[in-house]
Design a protein around this ligand. Structure first.
Ligand code: F6P
Length: 366
């Protein structure tokens, strides 16, 4: 019987539980044994009861739950070789040779590195006397499959990451609530949303809520953004709009890569336009809560496909990541997806904003 483990890593995202549930149940349905690794890579490094066999009933009720019920961590020790050695030993001791990781690009890169180092890690463990040749013989290769769980929707090669639509939905709900006060008092609100290097949440929520102005890292505003923003907002107010909404991504920058802060926008709106202005940073409210229907569906289909990918893996083929492209669940080469993902922050760092936008456009149109 194949023994397949699942873990969630990095920032939690709504829908991760659906992915874990689907992996466990699909694995069992296909005649395999399933394992939870608790607390992300931390659990793999520490072993013991952080790695537990998962039965069909163990994932009952997982679908509507937010966060990740098996725990997650931004694990430092797995970045070190000693951590990966310990993780490899725990995999062998538990008879596990396939790992499905649900996380962001950093977590998936770690998984692929683990796979590349795999036979070497085992040989080193034998050399150190921590495992015997007999113990490692059945574990010649390791299967890794990635699932992208992140609210940021910052991974190339997939149209949507698990969690991004739940987060977008929550942001819209929060902005609607804020808008009640804005409307009542004719106020201006600056709402900061998450997204690290990726402006997807900010852009999509700005469109969905009818924001007046938007700041995203991939496409900083013109050098005259203060004048542009004032002109637009003044025009909207003159047209009879009682509210003003500015959405700013947490990673917003200007053309010189200087951080644009909600505070400086507030000063401008208050002092120049004389608007009664408030700042709301949504923070982790936008990451938690029940997954929306789309994330339940996406995580279930992708979790099941991840098990298929493990069972159909061929020796020497690159690790896949499970994506959704034009509504189809597909497998893509994991490291190529990571490479493309990292091109955007690199373009931003080089102030090549046209390239950053071109890459983002390509992500959503290819
Ligand atoms: O990657 C998901 C994310 O929520 C980002 O949008 C945000 O920048 C980051 O995680 C926050 O991380 P933490 O919860 O560790 O503060």
């Amino acid at each position: 019987k194949r023994r397949i483990a699942v873990l969630t890593s990095g920032g939690d995202a709504p829908g991760m539980n659906g992915a874990v549930r689907a992996v466990v149940r699909m694995a069992i349905a296909k005649g395999c044994e399933a394992f939870f690794v608790h607390e992300g890579y931390e659990g793999l490094v520490n072993g013991g009861d952080m790695i537990k066999q998962a039965d069909w009933e163990d994932v009952r009720g997982f679908l509507p739950e937010g966060g990740t019920l098996i725990g997650s961590a931004r694990c430092m020790s797995f970045r070190e070789r000693w951590g990966r050695l310990s993780a490899a030993k725990n995999m062998v001791l538990n008879g596990i040779d396939a790992l499905i990781v649900c996380g962001g690009d950093g977590s998936l890169t770690g998984a692929d590195l683990f796979r590349k180092e795999w036979p070497g890690l085992l040989e080193e463990l034998v050399g150190k006397g921590e495992l015997t040749t007999e113990q490692i013989t059945p574990f010649k290769s390791l299967n890794i499959v990635g699932l992208v769980g992140s609210i940021d929707n910052d991974m190339s090669a997939t149209d949507a990451t698990i969690g991004c639509y739940s987060s977008l939905h929550r942001i819209c709900g929060c902005v609607d609530s804020i808008n009640d006060t804005a409307q009542s008092h004719q106020r201006a609100f600056i709402v900061e949303v998450m997204g690290r290097h990726c402006g997807w949440l900010a852009l999509m929520s700005a469109i969905s809520t009818g924001a007046d102005f938007l700041f995203i890292p991939e496409s900083p505003p013109s050098r005259d953004w203060r004048i542009d923003m004032s002109t637009i907002i003044t025009k909207h107010r003159k047209m009879g709009k009682r509210t003003t909404l500015v959405i700013i991504a947490e990673g917003a920058i200007d053309q010189d890569l200087k951080k644009v802060t909600p505070g400086e926008i507030k000063d401008l709106l208050s002092n120049e336009l004389k608007l009664d202005t408030r700042v709301t940073t949504l923070g982790h409210i936008q990451r938690g809560g029940a997954p929306c229907a789309y994330d339940r569906l996406l995580s279930t289909l992708q979790g099941a496909e991840a098990v298929n990918a493990v069972l159909e893996a061929k020796e020497g083929t690159p690790s896949p990541v499970i994506s959704v492209i034009e509504n189809k669940i597909v497998r893509q080469p994991l490291m190529e997806a990571v490479r493309l993902t990292q091109l955007v922050p690199a373009a931003i760092e080089h102030k090549d904003f046209a390239r950053a936008m071109e890459l983002r456009d390509a992500e959503f149109s290819e």
